[in-house]
Ligand binder design. Structure first.
Ligand code: SF4
Length: 338
């Protein structure tokens, strides 16, 4: 059998384990198509920088990667993940099941024979226990299609091994939490510059996870744009249903402005540096007044200037100016969201 004719789809987190999984399989003559799945909870910005990301991954690791958005099924799954949540609002087992299921759907497009992941048995308490790895295979319907090349010895032979496409004896037998074997393998491939252990999923962040969880409790129709909004900057809840997201630095100010949707109100200080804020779900006068006062509170203070500061309020195409003093700190505290 000609190995060059076989293709594997790889779940690619961008962490070292997924890099190595791709490389050890490619080393056996298999073409590897890496897929980087994104949602607003992790790596969503890659959707706007895909070409740059692909080049970086190709140049650094010799891996061909594609970025795919799985937000819609992910948001549905997060309502009630069958295998529950981890320490925070992270549904790691169902997240893996979902990603592998989505990868399976892509197999026909790429004429792929199997799927690989960088999972290592024993590395993570929730999603990489031996029994959990079995559950992930079973529930993603990839029983004999899924190869975990870094720890192949922990699973029964896959169809691709039985067909002689992959030789398990040539794969590394890594297990447990230690990182030394991965570092050694990386050095063997000449890979020295790689990210630290995967991070960056906001569902594992204590405060952001609580914020998302609260939103899920009070909402049945989960909306992608609202999730992105919820994760932006400093957050406030206003008495008439308004949500306010306020940037904390220039980058966040730009991000907040980019998140603007039809119906949103955008607020900026008119004559001094300060945050950009986006008001959603309300155009009530009181919510706009409080938003302006919050903006002044976090804007630049100018000694000796009058207490009322101009705030430009943009609704649709219409700009109006309101003047407001800074909201006192005790009131700020009552409006601050997690
Ligand atoms: S940490 Fe986040 S991205 Fe990683 S498996 Fe868990 S839920 Fe999925």
């Amino acid at each position: 059998m000609n190995k060059q004719r076989h293709t594997a789809i790889a779940l690619f987190s961008g962490g070292l384990d997924s890099i190595l999984a791709c490389r050890v399989v490619a080393e056996q003559g298999v073409k590897v198509k890496a897929i980087k799945f994104v949602t607003p909870f992790f790596d969503y910005d890659l959707l706007t920088t895909t070409a740059r990301y692909q080049k970086k991954i190709r140049d650094k690791y010799d891996i061909d990667v594609e970025v795919r958005d799985i937000t819609d099924p992910y948001l549905r799954m997060l309502h009630d993940p069958p295998h529950g949540y981890g320490k925070h609002f992270n549904p790691c087992i169902d997240c893996k099941i979902l990603m592998i299921s989505e990868a399976k759907k892509l197999m026909a497009d790429y004429h792929a024979s199997f799927i690989i992941t960088g999972e290592v048995v024993g590395q993570r308490p929730m999603s990489q226990r031996k029994d959990t790895l079995r559950v992930i295979e079973r529930d993603s319907g990839t029983d004999s299609l899924l190869l975990r090349p870094l720890c192949t010895q922990c699973q029964k032979p896959t169809a691709v091994e039985l067909a002689g496409i992959i030789d398990r004896e040539k794969l590394p037998g890594i297990s447990g939490r230690g990182r030394a074997p991965q570092r050694e393998l990386a050095a063997k491939f000449g890979i020295t510059d790689y990210p630290n252990a995967a991070g960056g999923c906001v569902l594992t962040d204590k405060n952001l996870a609580l914020r998302i969880q609260g939103y899920y409790r009070e909402t049945t129709e989960i909306n992608k744009e609202d999730i992105r909004f919820l994760l932006a900057g400093r957050q406030f809840r206003l008495p008439h249903g308004g949500w306010l997201a306020m940037g904390r630095d220039e980058e966040e100010n730009n991000k907040v402005a980019r998140l603007r949707q039809s119906g949103d109100v955008i607020l900026r200080l008119s004559d001094r540096p300060g945050p950009t804020a986006l008001l959603r779900h309300s155009r009530h006068g009181e919510d706009i007044r409080l938003s302006a006062a919050l903006l002044v509170r976090y804007g630049k203070k100018i000694p000796g200037a009058p207490p009322d500061v101009g705030v430009t309020v943009t609704e649709d195409q219409t700009e109006t100016m309101v003047y407001s003093p800074a909201l006192p700190d005790d009131q700020v505290a009552t409006l601050a969201a997690l």
